[in-house]
Design a protein around this ligand. Structure first.
Ligand code: PRP
Ligand code: URA
Length: 207
């Protein structure tokens, strides 16, 4: 299932991120803010349990989040930029890391790092990456998590290409995908059009 989160504040902030003149400092801040806002939507179906508590006035029944504990797994590098926003919302979440880069010629992902919480298979996993282009990186990351026993996985992207959404949905139909925008297409270099350029380079200022 694909969820497009088109809240006006997310769309406004994304518009600023797309501008080529937006520098790394603002790009980082906006990505963090959007991730927190998208976090509201991605956690909408977290179950609640009634618990008895005592306020300064009287006893009452309050709500407590229950169900599976959470893990956030950014795809390095650019996915790191979405972690702090979600952690602001769910500070107790654990964080794993999957390192993948796209080969510049083949556009195929290459794995260079994987470190996940020991109990990852029991957790609801949110995989983060601002860009879903061909979908190759997302598919490989999800496969790595499934190979570790994960069964409850959600994917969180900022901008997606229709080609990437189709590929991830076909290979992993059980994974819900949350995006802020579905753009037009990929260009010959497998960059998203209009997109926002290379998210990792813009976030870290490496180009
Ligand atoms: C970018 C992006 C995704 C991937 C998307 O990472 O952050 O991980 O490309 O492309 P795909 O859907 O075609 O696989 P990149 O390889 O540029 O690495 P970086 O984040 O380290 O810059
Ligand atoms: N990776 C990016 O950072 N941007 C794109 O448009 C495609 C892949």
């Amino acid at each position: 299932m694909i969820h497009v989160i088109n809240h006006p504040m997310i769309q406004h902030k994304l518009g600023i991120m797309r501008r080529k003149e937006t520098g790394s400092k603002d790009f980082r801040q906006l990505l963090k803010e959007i991730s927190l806002l998208m976090g509201y939507e991605i956690t909408r179906d977290i179950p609640l349990t009634d618990i008895e508590i005592e306020t300064p006035i009287c006893k009452t029944v309050a709500k407590e989040a229950s169900g599976r504990k959470l893990a956030i797994v950014p795809i390095l590098r650019a996915g790191l930029g979405m972690v702090d926003g979600i952690l602001d919302l769910i500070p107790v979440a654990k964080v794993g890391h999957i390192g993948l880069y796209r080969d510049e010629k083949t556009h195929e992902p290459v794995v260079y790092y994987c470190k996940l919480p020991d109990d990852i298979q029991n957790r609801l996993v949110i995989v983060t990456d601002p860009m879903l282009a061909t979908g190759g990186s997302a598919c490989d990351a999800i496969r790595m998590l499934k190979d570790r026993g994960c069964r409850y996985i959600k994917m969180m992207n900022l901008v997606a290409a229709p080609e990437g959404l189709e590929r991830v949905s076909a290979e992993h139909p059980d994974v819900d995908i949350y995006v802020a925008a579905v753009d037009e297409r990929l260009n010959d270099d497998a960059y998203i059009v209009p997109g926002l350029g290379d998210a990792g380079d813009r976030y870290f200022g490496t180009k």
